[in-house]
Design a protein around this ligand. Structure first.
Ligand code: SF4
Length: 339
């Protein structure tokens, strides 16, 4: 294994990485501030130059880190080994993951722990709201693990969390990124009744890779959740996200975008899949930034009003900015209609 290939192993901490890769000591001089957690993928392929991420942090990072720890919250930033964590936390934001840290599903792309989850924590909504207040958030993204062990999938806690946040932080906008609740409409409604500003559910990959990548979910059910949210309230923004680099073709991505549009999505994120550990699906391809730009252009042409497309884009990446873009479009659109 040559040294260049080891660069992106740097992710959370050097000690963690060293435990995994003893040879790292010899290349630390090459890596500072440049790499991130691609993990074992680098045993297979060389990273392209656009897959680089700064690990710089500031006081905001420490504040977010402290709050999350003190309030006993989980974040998808940490649990999913998100490459943007240093950037997002340093800008004072994080995506809270509710319903515990253990998922009842085991998707091939996701590093969140799977297994038998603990009891639901009824006090979690209040702690999330406290975190939103302490972080001075104007926009919060709340996601969760799947809780298929619960009759309503934990949807009641989702609803309670939305309400608690809105009550404790007046004026905040709330974005939820939810599971499919196994297609149970009553569960989905428990979330929608709490009136989030953005409802998001990720399609994750193209139709033909669903069974391989997310075996306990499916394309039709995810489209169903998005459609139901769209039908619920016309002013609710409906958002989805897809990863590329899992073996899909460009045509299949376009087809997925069309399906998302037809099922009511107006906001979209497209990002490069990156393998979190050696036990996860390998990266099949690094998508060139030009291809991301083409997807964005196509998506806007289809009528998506807010689109983020790029190697490090994740569904909650710069969510506040994407929501602002959506609102700008609405205002522009309203002006146009009124005029
Ligand atoms: S992109 Fe989302 S999940 Fe990743 S660090 Fe930023 S807020 Fe967290």
């Amino acid at each position: 294994m040559d040294k260049f290939r080891l660069v992106p192993f740097l992710y959370k901490s050097l000690s963690e990485t060293k435990a995994y890769l003893p040879e790292l000591n010899s290349i630390q001089g090459m890596t500072s501030g440049a790499g991130w957690g691609m993990g074992p993928f680098m045993e297979q392929k060389r990273l392209p130059p656009w897959i680089r991420k700064s690990l710089q942090t500031n006081q905001n990072f420490n504040k977010v880190h402290g709050l999350v720890g003190n309030l006993r919250l989980h974040t998808v930033c940490e649990e999913a080994k998100c490459p943007n964590r240093h950037e997002c936390w340093s800008s004072g934001t994080a995506t809270v993951m509710i319903l515990g840290d253990t998922c009842t599903r085991s998707c091939r792309f996701c590093s969140v722990k799977s297994g038998r989850p603990p009891e639901l924590d009824k006090l979690e909504p209040k702690r999330v709201a406290t975190a939103a207040k302490e972080m001075n958030l104007k926009h919060i993204v709340i996601t969760s693990v799947n809780r298929d062990d619960q009759l309503n999938g934990g949807a009641d806690i989702f609803g309670d969390t939305i309400r608690a946040v809105k009550e404790m932080v007046p004026g905040i906008t709330v974005e939820v990124l939810t599971p499919d609740f196994e297609g149970r409409e009553e569960s989905l409604n428990l979330v929608l009744e709490a009136a989030p500003h953005v409802f998001s559910h990720n399609i994750e990959t193209v139709r033909h890779l669903q069974a391989q990548i997310r075996p306990q979910a499916n394309y039709g059910r995810s489209m169903w959740a998005l459609r139901k949210a769209r039908e619920w309230e016309p002013t609710l923004e409906v958002k989805s996200g897809i990863m590329v680099g899992l073996g899909e073709t460009e045509e299949q991505v376009i087809e997925t975008l069309q399906d998302l549009r037809e099922n009511g999505c107006s906001m979209l994120t497209i990002g490069q899949y990156l393998r979190p550990t050696k036990n996860h699906e390998p990266v099949h391809r690094f998508v060139h930034p030009d291809e991301f730009a083409r997807y964005e252009e196509k998506a806007r042409g289809m009528g998506f009003q807010a689109v983020a497309s790029g190697p490090f884009v994740r569904s909650s990446y710069k969510a506040e900015t994407l929501y602002a873009e959506m609102l700008d479009w609405r205002r522009g659109n309203a002006t146009h209609v009124a005029g």
